[in-house]
Design a protein around this ligand. Structure first.
Ligand code: PMP
Length: 763
């Protein structure tokens, strides 16, 4: 017997509300009954299941009463108290079952979804009425409203992993896009938007219509304290399920809402991402529920229409959607030249030697945290930019720069605290032998200076460089960078004083392997080259991990062995930490520390200023003295200026305050594990290597021959770019996917990346 049978309902109604009449079960997810008494008056009895707390029922009642008190003319389901004055009846049946029920006044009209073609003025009216409802709800702030639930539009990401439950690959791709948009464009700003109690479920089933006018709102059960704009977004998500309506119709709802409560541009910007978020929520919850009870139709009423909406709007850019939705509101901010104009002007004014990334280049107009946003409002997860180390436009770094710029910017010929404070702080991150700093403006300048220091100290010129290495764009650095002189347009090694040693590559090369013996064998290659050189060597320059060389982590013992040989030969060891420093390695602040060595000169760039042009060289007192003793002055106009020092200091603050080194280790390990797990079914993935957030994925056509899969790598990064994920390729065979994102990358981003690679490689 159904424990919630009409008889039990009748008994509850009689005992607790003194009500009798005809009882009719209503369609829908919940146990709701329409009760019509002898006088023809109708009510709705809602039975609560065990999961519904009395706090939530209290919230529902308070919200409904606040809305009624606003006298807006909207019909609302007023709570009828029990004969003893309670808002909920707790009734024990003869069989001992406890039923909990609340009785609401019946709200007449036809639900929006059944009310037929939308009439003129109906959409604007809906916008006004939902805003009026919110102004009533804003008058209360009950503690019970500070909650979340599975339909909370600020927590849609809770369902993100359910994307994997969707069987259709194309639908998975679209859903990834929706989530990406929501997570990158809505989530980061929601907390900053105006909040109040909101209904949060003005769906097409909960909006009642009479004669083409919105007459009532039902079901305050999802009510919570949240960003007010979520109300509008939820409603728009349902209105737009109607395939006869378009964004221009949605704009009517927006305009109506705006008449009652002015929407800020920040609120307008998140609307479309939030709408996509609600559709994502609907289809993910449905996908999950299919595993529980595929036959419960009431769970899937919106599912297929939400998928259709996701498909319909997939090709609409967020920017076009925003403009369409706010077409009756003056909020348009121009984003400069169109894409086509820019490409044309650039072609005439910027050298062709400077290439653009991706088959379809990007016009990026904004950055925040781990995201970049193009001029169409599309977000991109940035897995490439190791310059914006602590996140694009980090507010602490931006503020530090702005503050100092407004106060003073001079040069290092004056005394100022910023320079010495920063030098002290930077040195504190290094082994104590490295104690004298030089500040310049780019990695290239820093490497140039490092070479001068080495030459000054040794009185020699011959230099060992690692195959595949890149150290900068100046004349000398091009001459010492095999990446350039052996790469496209290069004419081979031109300078007899440049000596190339093999890459310490554990995956390929003469000594492939992973143990210490591999590292030592590669280290001994350095000795061989020293012995072959005609003159005594000045030194050895290497990145601590090889970046342009293909994201290679040298095997253990490599730098120890190589440095010992260099030192024995009277040379100095320079490590280029331009790409790999500042905690990216995860285990250590400086990547060379993993190799248990102390270099003589450390070169820093890229992340040091989070995008502000600055770089540094730090060396020993002895080397710095040799350089000074020559008597030639060193001065860089901009190097180490007060603004740069303030910014450098702020970057160190953030790395420390946000625990980014440890974070890089955790998130990087998750990424390595995630991609390694794909190796079982994705045969193109030959090697996954890295440490912290410095990772390479090497693609090969054959795991035995290691034939490089360069075109496939190119295809993969372009495919990922279409999915809103930015990566690049590198390495001598252009077959290594480079991953070196801002260090604020999250576990959620990693999971998305892994799913995207998997889908891109599955054909
Ligand atoms: N060293 C390494 C390892 C680099 O990757 C780069 C830049 N890609 C440089 C030096 C040169 O730095 P910059 O472009 O700032 O001159």
């Amino acid at each position: 017997m159904n424990l919630r049978s009409d008889n039990h309902v009748a008994a509850l109604l009689a005992a607790e509300f003194g009500l009798s009449g005809a009882i009719e079960r209503l369609d829908g997810e919940n146990d709701n009954f329409r009760v019509t008494d002898e006088d023809g008056a109708t009510h709705v009895l809602k039975l609560a299941d065990d999961s519904l707390s009395s706090d939530v029922i209290m919230l529902e009642c308070l919200a409904t009463e606040a809305a009624i008190a606003g006298n807006t003319g909207i019909e609302l389901p007023r709570f009828v108290r029990t004969t003893s004055g309670a808002i909920e009846a707790v009734h024990r049946t003869d069989g001992g079952t406890v039923l909990r029920g609340r009785l609401l006044e019946f709200v007449g009209g036809t639900p929006w979804c059944e009310s037929g073609a939308v009439r003129s003025g109906q959409l604007r009216d809906l916008g006004r009425k939902l805003a009026q409802l919110d102004s009533c709800l804003a008058t209360i702030d009950p503690p019970q409203a500070r909650r979340t639930h599975r339909w909370d539009l600020t927590a849609v990401q809770q369902h993100r992993s359910k994307i994997a439950l969707v069987e259709d690959r194309e639908r998975r791709r679209l859903l990834e896009d929706c989530y990406h948009l929501y997570c990158a464009c809505a989530l980061p700003v929601l907390q900053t938007l105006p909040h109040s109690v909101i209904h949060q479920d003005l769906s097409d089933e909960n909006i009642m219509v009479v004669d083409g006018r919105v007459s009532g709102f039902l079901d305050f059960g999802d009510c919570l304290y949240g960003p007010v704009v979520c109300e509008l977004a939820v409603t728009l998500a349902y209105v737009l399920l109607d395939e006869t309506l378009a964004l221009k119709d949605g704009a009517e709802v927006v305009a109506g809402c705006h008449e009652v409560r002015a929407l800020s541009s920040a609120e307008l910007e998140v609307l479309f991402p939030l709408i996509c978020g609600r559709w994502s929520n609907t289809v993910c919850v449905a996908a999950e529920r299919r595993g529980v009870d595929p036959d419960r139709d009431a769970w899937y009423v919106h599912e297929e229409r939400a998928w259709k909406a996701i498909e319909r709007y997939a090709s609409v850019s967020p920017e076009d959607a925003r403009r369409a939705l706010e077409q009756h509101i003056d909020n348009t901010e121009a984003h400069g030249a169109t894409f086509k104009e820019l490409v044309e002007t650039r072609a005439g004014r910027i050298s062709d030697a400077l290439s653009l990334s991706y088959h379809e280049p990007l016009k990026i107009v904004r950055g925040s945290n781990q995201y970049l946003y193009d001029w169409k409002g599309r977000p991109f997860l940035d897995l490439v930019n190791n310059v914006c180390h602590v996140g694009h436009c980090h507010p602490h770094v931006v503020a530090a720069g702005q503050k100092q710029m407004a106060k003073l910017n001079t040069n290092t010929r004056y005394l100022y605290d910023g320079l010495t404070d920063y030098a002290q702080r930077l040195c504190a991150t290094l082994p104590s032998e490295l104690e004298v700093c030089f500040f310049v403006n780019s990695g290239s300048e820093a490497n140039e200076l490092a070479l001068r220091l080495a030459r000054a100290h040794t009185g020699r010129k011959d230099l060992l460089v690692v195959d595949g290495a890149y150290h900068g764009h100046t004349t000398t650095l091009t001459e010492i960078s095999p990446y350039k002189f052996m790469g496209s347009g290069g004419t081979g090694r031109a300078e007899p004083w440049v000596h190339v040693v093999p890459m310490p590559d554990g995956y390929r090369g003469p000594h492939k392997g992973h143990g210490r013996e591999t590292g030592v064998a590669y280290g001994d290659e350095v000795l061989r080259v020293i012995e072959r050189a005609e003159r005594p060597i000045c030194g050895f320059i290497t990145e601590s991990f090889l970046s342009c060389g293909g994201q290679i982590i040298p095997p253990e013992g490599y730098l120890e062995t190589a440095f010992a040989h260099v030192h024995n030969a009277g040379g100095v060891c320079i490590v280029d930490e331009v790409q790999v420093g500042f905690g990216r390695a995860g285990t250590h602040f400086w990547a060379f520390e993993q190799q248990n060595v102390v270099p003589d000169i450390v070169v820093m760039g890229k992340p040091i200023g989070n995008g502000h042009p600055m770089a540094a060289v730090v060396t020993t007192l002895a080397i710095a003295d040799s350089f000074a003793d020559i008597g030639m002055e060193f001065f860089s106009t901009f190097g180490g200026n007060p603004v740069s020092c303030a910014i450098g200091m702020a970057v160190l603050d953030v790395i420390e305050n946000e625990g980014l080194q440890q974070h890089a280790l955790e998130v990087g390990t998750r990424l390595l594990d995630g991609v390694r797990q794909l190796m079982g079914r994705q045969s193109l993935i030959g090697d996954v290597r890295g440490t912290g957030l410095f990772i390479g994925i090497e693609l090969v056509r054959d795991r035995e021959t290691l034939e490089p899969a360069d075109t496939e790598a190119e295809q993969l990064i372009n495919g990922l770019r279409q999915r809103g994920v930015l990566t690049s390729t590198d390495g001598p065979f252009h077959n290594v996917i480079k991953i070196k994102p801002p260090m604020v990358l999250t576990a959620d981003d990693v999971d998305m990346f892994v799913r995207c690679i998997d889908d891109e490689l599955t054909h």
